[in-house]
Design a protein around this ligand. Structure first.
Ligand code: SIN
Length: 269
């Protein structure tokens, strides 16, 4: 039997809440189809008040592609597909990635030849202040560019590289500055200050100037939606038409998130 899911758009630059659904229970194929449609329409979907286990999160993630272990190694965990994002420490060692500082705009794992397609983040503990995640609608931002800039960037490629050198593949990875979504056919800007290094074939000053112009465009509030986390939120997003950044929070406050990652063997085009 098919039941329409309750999809409530944020009214902002992107994103929708899917209400009245319990992710401890398996989803019906029709419900998975509706979540997928909402994701293509809104770029980011979120579910509130969840109390899920790690296997529940992996099962949910697997509806949308193959959940994989993150390329960055963490302590051995019972469910290896779960990657911890946290500022917490055990025995003086961080239990997860990214600490408490700002993480500027990026699309997950864009420093790989086949970057992450979809990502899932589940909030276990959140700080009292800060720590919001903001998503940018890179499709709307591209559409809004002046036609001369669109013409200038249409065939350009940019190098993406992680700041932790060992995480990078041996070869230099570059992707189109404007990528096309393989399912919707829509074009999006695909550069962000966290992982994009320079435009291929441009002098460094010229490349820095163009990237600064594109970042200033992307970071306009009208393209950005802020998620104010609550414990029990699960967010699923599409990295192809969006970028996201994490706002800083006080070091002494606790933040613990569980992430799962999907790769679908896609090379951006
Ligand atoms: C990320 O940048 O992938 C993590 C976002 C977050 O911690 O909110």
């Amino acid at each position: 039997m098919s039941t329409a899911l309750n999809v409530v758009p944020t009214g902002g630059a992107l994103g929708a809440q899917i209400a009245d659904i319990d992710l401890t229970q398996p989803l019906l194929p029709d419900q998975v189809g509706q979540v997928r449609t909402a994701l293509l329409d809104y770029g980011v979907v979120f579910f509130r008040n969840q109390r899920i286990s790690e296997p529940d999160q992996v099962r949910f993630t697997s509806y949308f592609g193959q959940p994989v272990e993150h390329v960055r190694k963490q302590r051995e965990r019972p469910v290896p597909e779960i990657f911890i994002i946290s500022n917490l420490k055990e025995d003086g060692e961080p239990i997860g990635a990214l600490g408490h500082g700002e993480v500027s705009f990026h699309s997950d794992l864009s420093y790989l030849r086949q970057p992450g397609t979809l990502s899932v983040l589940y909030a276990v503990e959140i700080p009292q202040e800060g720590g919001q995640t903001q998503w940018c609608n890179c499709t709307a931002a591209y559409a809004d560019l002046d036609s001369d800039i669109k013409e200038q960037i249409k065939d350009l490629r940019a190098v993406h590289r992680h700041y932790v050198e060992e995480q990078n593949p041996p070869e230099m990875i570059h992707h189109p500055v404007v990528r096309t979504h393989p399912e919707t056919g829509r074009k999006s800007l695909y550069v962000g200050p966290h992982l994009t290094k320079h435009i291929v074939g441009m002098k460094s000053g010229e490349s820095a100037e163009l990237l600064a112009l594109l970042y200033a465009h992307l970071e306009q509030p009208r393209f950005i939606w802020t998620h104010e986390w609550q414990v029990g939120d699960l967010v699923l997003w599409d990295n192809r038409p969006t970028m996201h950044r994490r706002l800083p929070f006080p070091a002494h406050q606790r933040r613990l998130m569980k992430r799962t990652q999907i790769f679908n063997d896609e090379i951006p085009f």
